[in-house]
Design a protein around this ligand. Structure first.
Ligand SMILES: NC(=O)c1ccc[n+]([C@@H]2O[C@H](COP(=O)([O-])OP(=O)(O)OC[C@H]3O[C@@H](n4cnc5c(N)ncnc54)[C@H](OP(=O)(O)O)[C@@H]3O)[C@@H](O)[C@H]2O)c1
Length: 289
């Protein structure tokens, strides 16, 4: 029986855990909170409550893993992912089949240009630097590991429904260009494939391949909810109303190609079109909880 270890078993991790349990693996989920531990146990995993900011996981736990799914975010400050650093040290040369969920934020701002995995990383924020640091550490420790660069992850319970129903504004379409997305069920499926199949490259953009603007995305949600499109505001007003974090996401644009992923893995997206993904998400297909 193979042992799948999921470090940071949140919304995506739970989907991988469910697949691993169904495949007959022994599954261990490392999470920070009791609530997340309860959710992991419900899908059949053994849960360990452990704060990666306090100490790295036990070497014995890591060395027992045949597959490792690393889905915890970096800490909130600095340019180093100290959580990933601790895990890589504790691995001590053990190299399970591994996938790390990174972000397409590592590419920085490219306007309307397409980026692929050969595009050099150009982090524009400390948040993106931490992701680059994590990728580098992971691939140094586990050269055969797979890095999935995910864009915005959406799915049931992960849509701005309340904001749209409350009539909150969005930045005008003409002012913030392109964003990219993946449905959480596709990301979970890709993580599982990455640790059970052998893929030729180490880094893949895990995106549905249909970039759009946040405004169009919000308008589509509004349309599907049967409500008016959100009102538009310009940058000047957005700077006054939106959080620094939201503004930093809005200030970057790029179109992310998934051509390498599709060519190498033959993966057929459950939701290649975000509209289909939104319909399924709003229908309330329950997230694993
Ligand atoms: N949101 C997006 O659109 C987006 C886009 C690209 C990439 N990502 C990244 O993709 C990954 C998966 O996303 P997701 O939405 O599935 O994540 P999520 O639901 O937020 O799950 C993250 C998991 O990491 C655990 N964790 C966080 N800090 C920890 C710590 N100090 N020690 C131990 N565990 C810790 C959480 O445990 P608790 O719940 O117990 O705190 C949770 O189980 C994350 O790294 C996320 O940052 C997200």
């Amino acid at each position: 029986m193979s042992h799948t270890l999921i470090i940071g078993c949140g919304d995506t991790g739970l989907r991988v855990a469910a697949r691993a349990v169904a495949a007959g693996d022994r599954v261990t989920a490392l999470v920070r909170s009791a609530a997340s531990a309860t959710r992991a146990r419900r899908v059949g995993a053994t849960a360990i409550e452990w704060d990666l900011d306090q100490r790295a996981p036990e070497a014995d736990l890591l060395s027992s893993a045949d597959r490792l799914v690393y889905s915890a975010p970096p800490p909130r400050k600095g340019r180093t992912d100290t959580r990933m650093a601790g895990v890589c040290d504790a691995l001590a040369g053990h190299e399970p089949a591994t996938v790390y969920i990174s972000t397409s934020g590592v590419y920085g701002d490219h306007g309307s240009d397409w980026v692929d995995e050969d595009t050099p990383v150009a982090p524009g924020t400390d948040r993106a630097y931490r992701r680059v640091d994590a990728e580098n550490r992971l691939l140094a420790a586990i050269p055969d590991g797979v890095v999935l660069r995910a864009p915005g992850i959406y799915g049931p319970g992960r849509l701005p429904v309340d904001r749209i129903l409350a009539g909150e504004p969005v930045l005008d379409d003409s002012e913030h260009a392109w964003t990219n997305r993946i449905h959480i069920d596709d990301l979970g499926a890709l993580c599982w494939k990455a640790v059970t199949e052998r893929w030729p490259h180490r880094i893949y953009n895990a995106t549905d391949g249909t970039p759009t603007s946040r405004t169009v995305f919000s308008d589509t949600i509004a349309e599907l909810l049967g409500t008016d499109p959100p009102p538009r505001i310009d940058w000047a007003e957005a700077r006054e109303r939106f959080s620094a974090m939201r503004l930093s996401f809005l200030s970057e644009s790029r179109r992310v190609s998934n051509a390498r992923l599709v060519a190498d893995t033959g993966y057929q997206f459950l939701f290649a079109d975000y509209r289909d993904g939104l319909i399924a998400s709003l229908r309330g297909e329950p997230a694993i909880s």
